[in-house]
Design a protein around this ligand. Structure first.
Ligand SMILES: [Zn+2]
Length: 198
């Protein structure tokens, strides 16, 4: 098993050029800040990182926003959380669903999970491949594929994985002041959740 990212450093973890100093490893209950203890945020970290026994839930307590990337899987019990998966974990266009989970579903906390090596970073570098792919795989006209790409890039580009979830967490705290919002990070190398220094 791979040690946590902060111990192994950039060389071995595949996070080259990544700001490891922003990641807080969660290796015991003591590493979780007091404001999160006793909340669904502690439960998520406990289930995924710390081997907490899976409890039985009747209703979701948490909403998790995470990237649609297929390389990630969370270890959580049934009925524990709404999970919204989007490109880059971007919830800017999912707000009605968020509001629904809060208003009707009664969730009290939101976790936003970014990850390294995310496809929604530097989208412009993928322009040619994207257009070619839509033309070849979906049967689109070249011009329509190009227009489609250019129209959506500004909405879906996240810039940087860490800064994005931190700024999104701040935005959602202002929008839903009674809801606890925590930005997190999923390490692709060790499959662990990290908290982020804000
Ligand atoms: Zn991603």
């Amino acid at each position: 098993m791979i040690a946590n990212l902060s111990e192994i450093g950039h060389k071995d973890c595949g996070l080259e050029g990544f700001p490891l100093e922003y990641l807080i490893p969660v290796t015991s209950r003591d590493s979780i800040p007091g404001e999160y203890l006793g909340t669904p945020i502690e439960s998520l970290l406990g289930y995924h990182n710390l081997g907490y026994p899976l409890k039985t839930y009747k209703h979701a307590e948490l909403l998790i926003g995470m990237c649609m990337d297929y390389r990630k899987h969370l270890h959580i019990p049934d009925n524990f959380a709404y999970v919204l998966r989007t490109g880059g974990g971007n919830l800017r266009y999912s707000e009605f669903k968020l509001s629904y989970a809060i208003a009707i579903g009664g969730v009290k906390a939101i976790v936003l999970i970014g990850h390294d090596n995310c496809g929604m970073v530097n989208l412009m570098s993928k322009k040619e491949k994207f257009i070619k792919g839509l033309v070849e795989n979906a049967g689109w006209e070249q011009s329509r594929a190009e227009e489609h790409f250019m129209h959506f890039v500004p909405m879906f580009e996240i810039g940087n994985e860490v800064d994005f979830v931190i700024s999104e967490a701040k935005r959602l705290r202002l929008k839903y002041p009674k809801i606890l919002v925590a930005p997190m990070f999923y390490g692709m190398a060790d499959k662990q959740l990290y908290l982020l220094k804000e």
